[in-house]
Design a protein around this ligand. Sequence first.
Ligand code: 6PG
Length: 261
Amino acid sequence: MSEVRRGFVVTLADPAEAAQAAADRFVHLARSACDAMGVFRVALSGGSTPRAMLALLAEEPNRSAIDWGRVQVFWADERAVRPSDPESNYRLAYGTLLSKVSIPESHVFRMPADQADLDEAARQYEETLREETGAAGGDPPVLDLVLLGLGEDGHTASLFPGSAAIAEAHRAVLAVDGPSAGTAGASPPVRRMTLTPLVLNAARERVFLVTGTAKAAMIHNVLEGPYQPDVWPAQIVEAHRSLPLWILDEDAARELDDGKR
Ligand code: 6PG
């Protein structure tokens, strides 16, 4: 593992090994949080990259290593689609992991981004997040782990380049516009609900899982380029309690300076 100014970087040989490393980290953090506090609160992301990691968590030995009755699942972002839609981040997590482990339904906090009034739905989700984490007054809700991805345009969660949500200082959850068609790889151009940087930076640990050559230039920009989160939003996930952890495969790390791969 090497440290760059903006994160700890661990580079694995391929996407399968990177998924394994992310699953290992999830298990370690879940066990520590459950032992220390009796509960583990995690926010998941969508897109295609987390699928392999989520599937590993549903398999032994991981499945039995976690007391799923003590896990609470939230989302970092959700697309404004029905939960049954193939583009739904909830659907991905439900199909690959949540339907396969004994997590109580009442511990799964889907972002209701399919509601007609998305602003009101984001307000409701913020309230739920505050209640469940016991966040008082203006304090940000504190999650134990936020799992994040990176778009080819530098977005993370649903913080897209140029979005006002990147500078949000009060709200924990916002309704935002999606990317313009074709600007964010396979990420669909639909409206979204997203956690704001307030929550992403208050979390005890932030883990990015990023693989593939298509992300290599943006990995270099975000970790080694000038600080401009309005252009490369993933830079807004900053050192707070700790530096974020970036789990990469060799293809995604190929444009990092020598010695940091
Ligand atoms: C979303 C995501 C998003 C994702 C990146 C990377 O709903 O679009 O949560 O932030 O993490 O777009 O997605 P891929 O893994 O598909 O490249």
